[in-house]
Design a protein around this ligand. Structure first.
Ligand SMILES: [Zn+2]
Ligand SMILES: [Zn+2]
Length: 128
């Protein structure tokens, strides 16, 4: 069977399906992610034409600095990050388990909050 993934927000009002593999997870420590997620943001990604929204009537988008973040208007879960590129980012925590994913990078670690430690040996940089 071809690889596919499913995911949803907490309440299930927004649901999606990804045909094919997901990219490994990148954890972003930038100030925008920290504010919008309340913590560092962990995102996988896939080519946008592989993402199928199965339920999106309550999906809303908030735009900041040229990037849109998709969230559920009912439960507030953050689901997507979209900068108009070929790939769209998908919040790793919304993917149904087992995800088979691993974390490959921590980015913007210089902006990490002062209340936690970035894992030792994490590749830094601005990948993604
Ligand atoms: Zn929801
Ligand atoms: Zn970020």
């Amino acid at each position: 069977m071809a690889e596919e993934h499913h995911g949803r927000c907490l309440c299930g009002a927004v649901r999606y399906r990804v045909a094919g593999p997901l990219r490994d997870v990148i954890v972003c420590h930038c100030g925008v992610c920290r504010r919008t997620h309340g913590a560092p943001a962990a995102y996988s990604a896939c080519p946008r034409d592989r993402l199928e929204l199965l339920a999106d009537a309550d999906l809303r988008w908030h735009e900041h600095d040229g990037a849109r973040r998709g969230f559920c208007a009912v439960c507030g879960s953050r689901l997507f990050w979209d900068r108009g590129r070929a790939a769209i980012s998908i919040a790793a925590g919304s993917v149904d388990e087992p995800t088979g994913l691993r974390t490959s990078h921590h980015i913007y670690t210089a902006h990490a909050g002062d209340w936690y430690d970035v894992p030792d040996g994490s590749p830094a940089g601005t990948v993604g």
